[in-house]
Design a protein around this ligand. Structure first.
Ligand SMILES: C[S@@+](CC[C@H](N)C(=O)[O-])C[C@H]1O[C@@H](n2cnc3c(N)ncnc32)[C@H](O)[C@@H]1O
Length: 317
C-alpha cells in the first residue's frame, strides 16, 4: 500500500528544477574555464561572424568534436548564441563583452576559475569541518590565485583610479604629488600595479603572507613597467614593515584576516598621522535573512570554501 505523504508535487518539481539548473551551472563552470584557457570565447569574438564547430576548432588548434559539445553546452546556458538555420555559433555584443574582453568591467571567466579552483579544496574542507582547523589561502589550488586576479582586476581597473580614490578626502592629491603606499593582502598585485601606473611620483609596496602570490606579483610589476617603484614582499597583516605611510589599502582581504582588529591596529601604527586607510570589501547585510538571495548564496558559498578557513588559520595571522 502506498502511504499518503504531505509532499506537494508542484513544489517538489519546482525544487528539482532548481537542482537541475544548479547541477548544469556547476558542471558548466569547468566549461567556462576550458573556454577561457583555450581562447574559445576570444576567437569567437574576433571572428566577427557565426562559426561552425570545425571553424572554431581550426582557429584555436582544438578538436572539433570536443568543441561542438562545448558550444552546445554554452548555447544551452545562454553563454553563446546559436543560429539554428545555419548551425553556426556566435557571441552577442553582451556575451562578447562579458566573456571575451578581459578589459571589460563585466569580464566573468575569473569567477568560474575561482569556483572550479575552490572546489578542489572540498576534500580538505570536509576534514576541517570536523577538526575545526583553518584552511590557509596558500593551501588552495594555484588556479585560485590567478582566478582571484582575473575576477577582481576588471572592477579595480574600471573604478579604482576613476572613482574610488577620488572619493577619498585629499588622497588623490597626495598620490599625484608623490606618496608612500602599502597595499596589504595584495595577492598577485593587480591593485598595486594599477595604482603605480596611475601615480608615477608615488612609491608602492605590496605585502601578502603567501610567498607564491608575491613571486607572481613581482612579475606583474615587471610586465606593467612599474618595477622601479613597486616592491612586493612577503609579510603578514599584523607585522608588515615600514612607517609613515600616506596611504594603506586592503582590497578584498580584511575579512580573510584571522585578527582584523589587530590588523587595523597595525595599520594605525604604520600610517602618518594624516594618512588614510582604504578598505574594499564585498557588501553583505548583517541580518542573515536579508542575504538569502542569489548574491548571498554566492557570498556564503565563497566564504565557506575560502574566507572562513583562511581567517581561522592561526599561522596566517
Ligand atoms: C581574496 S584575496 C585578495 C587578493 C588581492 N587583494 C586582490 O584583490 O586581488 C585575499 C588575500 O589576502 C591574503 N591574506 C590573507 N590573510 C592574510 C594575512 N593575515 N596577512 C597578509 N595577507 C593575507 C591572501 O594570501 C590573499 O592573497
Amino acid at each position: 500500500m502506498i502511504e499518503a505523504t504531505a509532499i506537494n508535487e508542484e513544489k517538489l518539481n519546482q525544487f528539482l528544477g532548481s537542482g537541475v539548473n544548479d547541477f548544469g551551472a556547476t558542471m558548466h563552470a569547468g566549461l567556462v574555464v576550458i573556454g577561457e584557457t583555450l581562447g574559445l570565447y576570444k576567437a569567437m569574438s574576433a571572428a566577427g561572424k557565426p562559426l561552425a564547430p570545425a571553424e572554431l576548432a581550426e582557429k584555436t588548434g582544438t578538436n572539433a568534436r570536443y568543441v561542438r559539445e562545448w558550444l552546445n553546452a554554452q548555447a544551452a546556458g545562454g553563454y553563446v548564441s546559436y543560429d539554428a538555420d545555419n548551425q553556426r555559433y556566435f557571441l552577442s555584443e553582451e556575451q562578447a563583452f562579458a566573456m571575451a574582453d578581459e578589459n571589460s568591467p563585466a569580464y566573468l571567466p575569473g569567477a568560474f576559475l575561482v569556483a572550479v579552483s575552490a572546489l578542489r579544496a572540498v576534500p580538505k574542507l570536509i576534514e576541517r569541518f570536523q577538526s575545526g582547523e583553518g584552511l590557509g589561502w596558500h593551501e588552495h589550488d594555484s588556479g585560485l590565485f590567478r582566478g582571484t586576479e582575473m575576477f577582481f582586476r576588471p572592477g579595480y581597473a574600471a573604478n579604482l583610479i576613476n572613482s574610488w580614490i577620488p572619493a577619498l578626502h585629499g588622497v588623490e592629491e597626495k598620490l599625484k604629488a608623490g606618496a608612500k603606499v602599502a597595499d596589504i593582502g595584495c595577492g598577485l598585485g593587480a591593485s598595486t600595479v594599477l595604482m603605480a601606473q596611475a601615480y608615477p611620483k608615488s612609491t608602492f609596496v605590496g605585502f601578502d603572507y603567501h610567498d607564491k602570490s608575491i613571486e607572481i606579483a613581482r612579475q606583474r610589476a615587471e610586465e606593467g613597467k612599474v618595477a622601479d617603484r613597486v616592491k612586493f614582499e612577503v609579510a603578514k597583516a599584523k607585522d608588515f614593515p615600514g612607517k609613515d605611510y600616506d596611504f594603506v589599502t586592503y582590497f578584498d582581504c580584511l575579512h580573510d584576516m584571522g585578527d582584523p582588529v589587530g590588523a587595523a591596529a597595525h595599520v594605525r601604527q604604520t600610517l602618518k598621522p594624516d594618512g588614510a586607510w582604504m578598505i574594499v570589501e564585498p557588501f553583505a547585510h548583517d541580518d542573515t535573512k536579508e542575504n538569502l538571495n542569489p548574491v548571498g548564496r554566492a557570498f556564503y558559498s565563497a566564504s565557506t570554501l575560502l574566507c572562513t578557513g583562511c581567517s581561522g588559520r592561526t599561522t596566517a595571522r
